[in-house]
Each structure stands twice: as C-alpha cells, then as structure tokens.
Design a protein around this ligand. Structure first.
Ligand code: ADP
Ligand code: MG
Length: 448
C-alpha cells in the first residue's frame, strides 16, 4: 500500500514544482489504500480543501495508472502530529550541511506587516462587513469570497485587513504562498521584468507560485494599460485555480478612473465590502486597543476627548495618541485630560490643514451646483451672485483672508465689492434668514 502511494506521489512530483510538492504533497500520509478506499492523513482541514480542489484527481489518476484500479472512496483524517512536524524545524543529518527538508515558510516573500492582524483590529459598525468578509476569505481561502474587494478612504484599515488575511492563512497553512504586494510594486516589478527580459519569471511568481494574492491599493493601476492587462491575466490564472485574491482600493470598483471594464467586472464578481470612517465608540475602542499595544496608560475621559477631536481617519487617531503619550513623557506628567487639551490644541492647528479660499470656492460651487468658473466670474445673474457673496463671506470669516486677497481670487474684483458681499451676508444671518443660515451651515460642515 505505502509503495503504491509513494509511487503515485513520485509521479506527481515530476509534474509539479518542487515548492508545490514540498508544501502540499510531502506532508501527507496514507493510512489506507485499496480498491475500497483511500485514507489520507492531512495536517489540518485546509489541506483537505486545498487538495480536494487541486490535487485529488491527479493523485487518483496516478494510482489508477499504477494499480489498474481506482479507490472507490476517499476519506480524510486530520492528524495534528503532522502539523507539529511541519512546524518543527527539520533536523539535518549530522554529516550533511544543514538543509531544510521543507522549504522555508513563505513568509520571506510575503512582507506582511506583523502588526496588522485580526487580533489588533477593532470591529465596529463602520468596518463590520469588511472584517467579516476578510475573516471568511481567510478561513476558507479561494472559496467563498473570491475575489474579495475592500474599499474605503485613506487610513481606515484596508491594509490592516488584507495583512490580517495573510497572517491568518499562514497560521492555518504555514506553507501557503501568500503574496502581499501593493499595486505600485506590482507595476514596478512588471516594468523591470519587461526591461530585463524576465517576464517569464514574473509570471511564474504571480500566476503559478502564488496561492494567495493580496493586492493593496489597486487604484494605482488607473490609466496604466499594460499593467492592467498583465494583472487581468494574473487574476484569471489565479482565479481559475481557486486561489484567493484580495484587492483593496480607495473607491468602489466602478469609480476607479481609467480602469478596464473587464477588470472592474472581475472585481465585482466576488464580494465587495466597504470600510467607512469609524463612529465615536469605535474610535474610542481603537484608542484603547492601541494604548494597550503600546503600553500607554489611557484614562477613559482622555480616550473620549481624543476620539471627539480626531474624526477623519484611524491613522490620525493613532498619531494623536502617540503624540500625546510623547508629550506626557517629555513633560513628566500623567496623560490626563488637561494635558490632552493643551497638546491637541497645539498639534492640531499644525496637523490639520487650514481651509483655503480655494476650498471655500469649491465647497460653495458644489453646494449650489454652480460652475467654479461662474462663481469667480463677473456674471451678475442672481443664480451666481448669491453663491458668490456667500463664498466671499466664508473666505473672510472662515479663512480670515484679506479683502483684496479675496477680490483677487474672484477674477480680480475690487475689495469694496468683497466688503459689501460680506456685509450683505452678515446682515442676512443676523436677520436669521433661513436659506442663508442653512447654506452657511452646510458649507461649513463640508469644510470640516
Ligand atoms: P488604509 O490602508 O485604509 O489607508 P491602514 O490599514 O494603513 O489604512 O490603517 C491605518 C492605521 O490605522 C494602521 O496603523 C492600522 O493599524 C490602524 N487601524 C485602522 N483601522 C483599525 C481598526 N479597526 N482597528 C485597529 N487599528 C486600525
Ligand atoms: Mg493602505
């Protein structure tokens, strides 16, 4: 029995790459093999899934070629000892120079960020879906959510989640070849491969020797025709073999500018999950988590205060916490509310970019749905004069720009024009004109 099994494997060995063999076939044991059935011992249930979809047929065919019959049933036995064996470093025979009997775990090629794992990811309503989908993709790679497309604004945890998928798969399948790569790096490698005539190697790496592809920031491919073409074929090759693909992006697939239609439809063919900016409670929880990881003593009231101040993204939130901790350290004071108030006031004015005349003009033109050019023009139709006055008022009150500077930014208008606009809007606000109040409030909110 064991000879038949070994021969069948040897036959496969010649057909698959050495890495593949070491990773997927060598760890197996056969505990029964006859016409009735084949029992295969595997290190964990992921092997079972993987082998069933990738190698079972070739194994059965190889057996049939040798024995002239095919086992009628296949049973899988999860043998934890095999897992332990796989994780233990191989012991080289004394006389032979050290050499691993199994390939180094693919960690070397993944460059995953060790900090970004599921354990350190805080789940809240804003990221629940993306988190659940990532977890599902990680625990059943290539099956349920393939591809998984995660999108959301900067600093909201997209890279964190894809890295977590990679870590989780490697934990369960230590030999899985997980490739984590930014679209930018993919592009650069592709171009280098073209220049150095190593395209075959490049394709081997991405299309063949890859079990899980984690591609970060796919929006980088916008407008890059040739790289998109290459990625399209990479995608198909992997997907065809049920290899898990996870892609992140800063926008929804259809909104990536200059992206090939067929790629967009590939992205939409699996699971699409978004990440929104975290709610207050989630921000507080993230701060506590981060403090715990960094060994920072963070009182509840300080966490709440910081979470109320910093809303835009998690990276900023973390940055604020670290700055506060550093301030407390330097001042030799505990991290309390008083210190947080002082420190955030100063760092914030620097950290958060001040609103500019440009920002105001843009926000006003969006709010009233008038063209930017019309807003700045000398046109005197009421549909543009009123928005223009509001814009001038906000440039004065909110940006604090001088009257001549404002005039300049509206196609060289006189400062007296600006002054009368500012007065006019002030008057309307003082008189509690509802339309003006609503407009100013909404635009202020837009400006953040
Ligand atoms: P993105 O890739 O979306 O721009 P990142 O994944 O780089 O954002 O996240 C920015 C920072 O915020 C990282 O340090 C990450 O660990 C942290 N972060 C984001 N979301 C969470 C979360 N839900 N829980 C814990 N940390 C988070
Ligand atoms: Mg990122």
């Amino acid at each position: 029995m064991s000879e038949l099994w070994q021969r069948a494997l040897d036959e496969l060995r010649e057909r698959v790459s050495a890495d593949m063999y070491e990773a997927w076939l060598r760890p197996l044991r056969c505990s029964a093999l006859d016409e009735q059935g084949l029992a295969i011992e595997v290190p964990n249930r992921f092997y079972q899934d993987w082998l069933t979809s990738n190698y079972l047929q070739p194994i059965l065919e190889a057996i049939e070629r040798r024995a002239g019959w095919r086992p009628r049933r296949v049973t899988w036995i999860v043998n934890e000892a095999l897992q332990a064996e796989m994780e233990a470093p191989a012991e080289p025979p004394a006389s032979v120079p050290p050499r691993r009997s199994t390939p180094a775990p693919s960690r070397s090629v993944t460059s995953l960020n060790p900090k970004y794992c599921f354990e350190t990811f805080v789940v809240g309503p804003s990221n629940q879906l993306a988190h659940a989908a990532s977890l599902a993709a990680a625990s059943d790679p290539g099956r349920r959510f393939n591809p998984l497309f995660i999108y959301g604004g900067v600093g909201l945890g997209k890279s964190h989640l894809v890295n977590a998928v990679g870590h989780r798969i490697l934990r369960d399948l230590p030999h899985a070849r997980v490739l984590y790569v930014s679209a930018e790096r993919f592009t650069n490698e592709f171009i280098a491969a073209l220049q150095n005539h190593r395209i075959a190697e490049f394709r081997q790496r991405y299309r063949v020797e890859c079990d899980v592809l984690l591609m970060d920031d796919i929006q980088f491919l916008a407008g890059r025709e040739q790289t998109q073409e290459e990625f399209f074929h990479t995608f198909n090759a992997l997907h065809h073999h049920d290899r898990q693909i996870v892609v992140t992006c800063d926008v929804y697939p259809e909104r990536i500018p200059e992206m090939q239609e067929r790629l967009v439809s590939r992205f939409q063919s699996g699971m699409v999950a978004d990440i929104q900016p975290p709610e207050l409670d989630t921000r507080v929880a993230i701060l506590h988590k981060k403090a715990e990881l960094e060994g920072i003593v963070l009182p509840n009231d300080v966490a709440l205060f910081v979470a109320q101040q910093v809303k835009s993204n998690v990276r900023e939130l973390e940055g604020s916490l670290l700055r506060l901790a550093a301030c407390a350290d330097l001042a030799g004071r505990p991290l309390d509310l008083e210190l947080a108030r002082e420190a955030l006031r100063t760092t914030h004015s620097v950290a958060e970019r001040a609103t500019t005349i440009d920002d105001v003009q843009r926000a006003v033109s969006e709010y009233f749905d008038v063209r930017l050019a019309d807003l700045k023009s000398h046109r005197r139709h009421r549909s543009v004069t009123y928005p223009r006055m509001i814009a001038m008022y906000l440039c004065r009150e909110r940006v604090g720009a001088s009257l001549p500077a404002i005039g300049q930014s509206f196609n060289g208008k006189d400062h007296t024009t600006v002054l009368s606009a500012v007065r006019k809007i002030k008057g309307l606000l003082d008189a509690n004109d509802p339309r003006t109040r609503a407009a100013v409030d909404a635009i202020e909110r837009k400006l953040g």
